[in-house]
Write a protein of this length. Structure first.
Length: 124
């Protein structure tokens, strides 16, 4: 398998669904041009997006004919914790509470190529 580059994909998060995220004011991390940026949601997304949150896929390991993915929901307080660093005047993102998924290789390849043009927390 080739060197893995982390990606963000919208995925279902059981905890965020139960807590009705994402909503106006949520802080989340977004992976843009190889940089993990911290942003704040400045609008209320459609109800159909409740529980569907950006997930950082940080690692993918091949196991026989399957891929094991390590993912983190990027809503602050769920799969990541964001903290303001006063000295550097930027946010740090601490990964916590990973979720592991196992997919067939063909499903993983499709997920890598998949871009949901109807889903973005970056624009209203």
């Amino acid at each position: 398998m080739n060197k893995f580059e982390p990606i963000i994909r919208p995925m279902f998060c059981k905890k965020c669904f139960a807590e009705h995220h994402p909503v106006l004011g949520d802080v989340f991390a977004e992976h843009i041009k190889n940089v993990l940026r911290v942003l704040q949601l400045d609008y209320n997304p459609p109800m159909k997006h409740i529980g569907i949150t950006p997930h950082l896929i940080s690692d993918a390991n091949e196991k026989l004919d399957l891929i094991e993915l390590t993912t983190y929901c990027t809503i602050n307080g769920c799969g990541v914790e964001t903290k303001w660093n006063k000295e550097k005047e930027n946010f740090t993102v601490h990964l916590q509470r990973p979720t592991i998924y196992t997919l067939p290789i063909n499903d993983w390849k499709a997920l890598q190529r998949y871009i949901d043009s109807d889903y973005s927390l970056l624009n209203s």
